[in-house]
Ligand binder design. Structure first.
Ligand code: S3P
Length: 170
């Protein structure tokens, strides 16, 4: 079967992590997460990185992780929601990867993330506005993915199956 990396992009709360876990098992691939790689390499939480060094520093960490990931094959890559912001990241990931955008509506995103505190961009007074603003800023970036799967009202298993069907068809 496919010998590339399967790269999951999408907004916070889209279900990338849960889908990546199921998909990796189904495909027999290894799962990696850009967020987890950064936390491990930096030895601190994402909130701390944003607070101490700012978002740009975090974005630079992401790009470094992506260069590392692009050396490897047969990975399911769970990307942080902002990885798509840099064309450079997408270009590197596309060299040996298929990019799948997990598309989720703002209401579903809010329901999924409303009790979480580990996402600095949503730890704000009006998270619903933040979700809508960020989504509209990013819509064009997510659209650069190779394929789109809508995740509203679907389990991680269902989303993973849809991705496998797409991979088998192409
Ligand atoms: C971010 C998404 C987060 C994490 C960081 C920034 C974003 O990852 O990388 O808080 O800019 O959308 P998840 O999408 O896995 O929550």
């Amino acid at each position: 079967m496919i010998d590339k990396n399967i790269v999951l992009v999408g907004f916070m709360g889209a279900g990338k992590s849960a889908t990546a876990e199921v998909l990796a098992v189904k495909l027999g691939f290894k799962r990696v997460s850009t967020d987890e790689m950064i936390v491990e390499q930096e030895g601190r939480a994402i909130n701390d990185i944003f607070e101490t060094d700012g978002e740009q520093y975090f974005r630079d960490c992401e790009t470094r992780m992506i260069y590392d990931i692009a050396q490897l094959r047969r990975l399911v890559v769970d990307c942080g929601g902002g990885v798509v912001l840099k064309d450079e990241n997408l270009a590197i990931l596309k060299q040996h990867g298929v990019i799948v955008y997990l598309q989720t509506s703002p209401d579903v995103i809010y329901e999924r993330v409303k009790h979480d505190t580990h996402r600095p961009l949503l730890n704000v007074e009006d998270p619903i506005k933040a979700i809508n603003d960020l989504l509209s800023e990013r819509v064009a970036c997510y659209a650069k993915a190779d394929y789109i799967v809508v995740t509203d009202n679907k389990t991680a298993g269902e989303v993973a199956e849809e991705i496998i069907e797409i991979l088998n068809r192409h």
